[in-house]
Design a protein around this ligand. Structure first.
Ligand code: GLN
Ligand code: ZN
Length: 759
């Protein structure tokens, strides 16, 4: 009989129960025992749900109160010095202090750094290690969760982050190489594996997703060494789990490590099946990742069955497991709770619970059980209906895409000439000042939006409210003396949702929450069909704001790559094509803004960098289509219309060429925390267009003074020509209060004036 398993289940709960339990605890409304009880109830429910869906062996220790990488660091006592005192007294407080910082009485602990988990929108906490770091088995989370499931009559496979991935995902505070710590770390893993064996676990899952990335020789050697050491200790059998891509050049390494099973991602990389079957010794279990753990579409079960049958022929049912491609952490929990989507759309989707049922169907079909037939037929029908649906296909959009010419992605004249025309048209001084788009989203703004959404505030009254907010925002900017104004984005809930709601081809779930970090979840829009723009989306507010002032009003759009990156995307056409469709819709918006008298238009692309593929060889093709999409959206306007873009992240060196290729007239970037060091990448590259380096950090309520911003601007003028520089904050101001915003921007405008007077 073929075994169905799962690599990990979403922790947050179908109704975000974990979020509510955590936030209640943080607010002091519940105690640790209550929090732990809620967590245990969720685990029990999720194990049972998985069993009921037909999973033979569900995972354990896939749960986390905050993050599984943090759990692993704490488990092995990799707790940085600053938290240790607290960790002795109050371990749970120390755990949350590492996750989110702690300011209380006389304690002030900053959190660990947070960063993206591979190419997902999940963020993990980066363990801080140092030379000679000692690891000991401090915790017993995997053991106790294994016992907990056993007490419920469910035998699970404990999941652990593997030792090599753990080290590669960590950073050291002293510049030493984390991999040097491998020999210190392995005894702690060995001890843990021994304890799990003692408890009766027959398998453990060691996640080593770094195996789908480019690895150097030292890392490969670390793999060989780590698994050789673990081969010799008393322990359960090991399933080595790889996901998010193909093993490629790491395949023979992965297939020959001395473990008992290997999981491969056949959704991202079905082509690797044959090679893996050949390379993996016959005695080993092969776990096939057949159902997409990263998206919400029903699986094409007939295709999956072809792969599974092929594998069965080579390996035999005893050694074959069926699983999702990766942990289901990146999927919502249960489609049956989804009330907002219409029936047709819902019939095309599968959330975590449904994905496990799909695996059961596959396993049954593989074992020759005719009871699988109706489910297979249903899946076939759903996929057919999606393929044929007029909601998915729009001939006009496809035609426009096919007719795109190289010239559509090029501005008419080079930037150097455009810059002169624009400075004239916009009447800009040297060191022009502007902001990134949003102004404070006060309690009042959020309440009005909620009241409008629930029908308590009429559309007219809501409009009147937004108009008043916008006007106030314009007046404040005029008083402060900013050069290029914005309307403030009060009408926007979220920078992707706002556009998705107005575009055809997008749908929104009521409950499709996915964990982003800790208690924070996102509800990504679902792009199900060809994207088009039935009507202008932002023109009305931009035009209204422009009518209030003689200063230039900057239009504000979210770029095609960012809309794509923060949505669940179609699996029936390439990401590049979907991105180009979004770009065409935005291009129409850009042209309509221009026609309405808006002469500066910003197209935000904060997600350009995070779309980078995991393998270096795939970067350039991605950057090519991503840059092309941005340029399609931006290139329909006259030379005198100024295109801005905005990106906020801490690394430009390796993508500066692509950033320059966007050919935005002005790019604003986050630089204040790196004290302008980020500008070096622009200077070295001789970045040809204009740059607005952020002169103050918007993440804190602190008001910077003029002198420190003058100093930053002088630093910037030392590396880039002064006539290319703009003056702006690091990012949007939506999380700030009005008082601090006004004070900070006044000081910023002062700083720009100082620089002008020095010229
Ligand atoms: N225009 C957006 C804002 O100001 C940009 C947000 C972002 O960079 N993430 O809020
Ligand atoms: Zn930003």
């Amino acid at each position: 009989m073929t075994t169905v398993t799962n690599l990990g289940f979403p922790r947050i709960g179908a109704r975000r129960e974990l979020k509510h339990a955590l936030e209640g605890y943080w607010r002091g409304e519940s105690d640790a025992a209550q929090l732990q009880a809620s967590a245990a109830a969720l685990r029990a429910r999720h194990w049972q749900l998985q069993r009921d869906a037909g999973v033979d062996v569900p995972p354990s220790n896939d749960f986390s109160l905050y993050d599984h990488v943090l759990d692993t660091a704490v488990l092995f006592d990799a707790i940085p010095q600053r938290y240790r005192q607290l960790a002795e007294r109050a371990p749970l407080d120390a755990y949350f202090a590492m996750a989110r910082g702690l300011q209380r009485d006389d304690v002030d602990l900053h959190a660990l750094e947070m960063t993206k988990w591979f190419d997902t929108n999940y963020h993990y906490l980066v363990p801080e290690l140092q030379r000679d770091q000692v690891f000991t088995l401090r915790g017993d989370k995997p053991q106790s969760e294994y016992r907990e499931a056993r007490a419920l009559g469910i035998d699970t496979r404990p999941v652990l982050l593997g030792p090599v991935s753990l080290l590669l995902l960590s950073k050291t505070t002293d510049g030493s190489n984390p991999l040097d710590l491998l020999d210190n770390l392995l005894p702690a893993y060995a001890q843990l594996l021994g304890e799990l064996k003692q408890l009766g676990a027959s398998w453990v899952q060691l996640d080593e997703p770094v195996l789908v990335q480019d690895l150097d020789d030292a890392t490969r050697a670390a793999f060989v060494r780590a698994y050789a050491v673990l081969a010799d200790v008393p322990r359960p059998d090991i399933l080595l789990a790889t996901y998010f891509g193909a093993l490629d050049d790491n395949q023979s390494l992965a297939a020959t490590l001395p473990v008992e099973g290997l999981h491969v991602d056949l959704v991202r990389a079905p082509e690797q099946l044959d090679a893996v079957l050949r390379a993996l010794p016959a005695s080993r279990v092969l776990s096939l990742g057949l159902v997409n753990g990263r998206n919400i579409w029903r699986a094409p079960l007939d295709n999956a069955l072809i792969l599974a049958r092929y594998a069965l022929g080579h390996r035999g049912a005893d050694k074959l497991w069926l699983a999702p491609s990766c942990s289901l952490l990146h999927c919502p929990v249960d489609l049956t709770l989804e009330k907002k989507l219409d029936g047709e759309l819902r019939s095309w989707l599968a959330f975590s619970r449904q994905k496990l049922q799909e695996l059961r169907t596959l396993a049954d079909a593989l074992d020759g059980d005719t009871n699988a037939e109706p489910a297979l037929a249903q899946a076939r029908e759903a996929i057919e209906s999606r393929r044929r649906s007029p909601r998915v296909h729009n001939a006009t959009v496809k035609g426009r895409l096919a007719a795109l010419a190289a010239a559509d992605a090029v501005r008419a004249t080079p930037h150097a000439q455009r810059q002169l025309l624009q400075a004239q048209a916009l009447r800009l001084p040297a060191f022009p000042t502007t902001t990134i788009g949003s102004f404070p989203q006060t309690q009042e703004v959020r309440e009005a939006r909620a009241r409008h959404k629930s029908g308590k505030l009429t559309a007219d009254d809501y409009d009147t409210f937004l108009a008043a907010q916008t006007e106030h925002c314009v007046r404040v900017q005029e008083q402060i003396g900013l050069d290029v104004l914005v309307h403030g984005e009060f009408e926007r809930n979220d920078m992707v949702e706002y556009f998705g709601e107005q575009l055809d081809g997008f749908a929104f779930t009521g409950n499709g929450w996915v964990q982003s970090y800790g208690s924070r979840c996102v509800k990504p829009p679902v792009i199900y069909g060809d994207v088009s723009r039935p009507a202008p989306m932002t023109v009305r507010w931009s035009q209204y704001a422009q009518s209030l002032t003689d200063k230039p009003m900057k239009g504000m759009l979210t770029g095609p790559v960012t809309v794509l990156q923060w949505s669940f995307v179609r699996d029936d056409q390439s990401r590049a094509d979907t991105c180009r469709q979004i770009a065409l819709a935005l291009r129409d918006e850009v042209c309509d803004l221009e026609a309405a008298g808006i002469r500066a238009i910003q197209i935000d692309e904060p997600a350009l960098r995070e779309g980078l593929p995991l393998r270096r060889a795939e970067w350039q093709p991605y950057l090519d289509w991503a840059v092309d999409a941005f340029r399609i959206s931006a290139s329909g306007v006259a030379d005198a219309t100024q295109i801005h873009t905005h990106m906020c992240y801490a690394q430009f060196n390796d993508i500066i060429e692509a950033v320059a290729a966007l050919d935005a007239d002005v790019i604003s970037i986050e630089t204040s925390r790196s004290r302008m060091e980020l500008l070096d990448a622009f200077a070295r590259f001789d970045y040809p267009n204009q740059v607005g380096p952020g002169v103050y950090d918007i993440h804190s309520p602190r008001v910077p003074d003029t002198a420190e911003m003058v100093e930053l601007l002088r630093k910037a003028s030392a590396v880039l020509p002064a006539q290319k520089l703009w003056v702006n904050p690091d990012c949007g101001l939506k999380t700030r209060g009005w008082e601090e915003t006004r004070a900070a921007l006044e000081a910023m405008v002062d700083a720009a004036r100082t620089l002008r007077s020095e010229r």
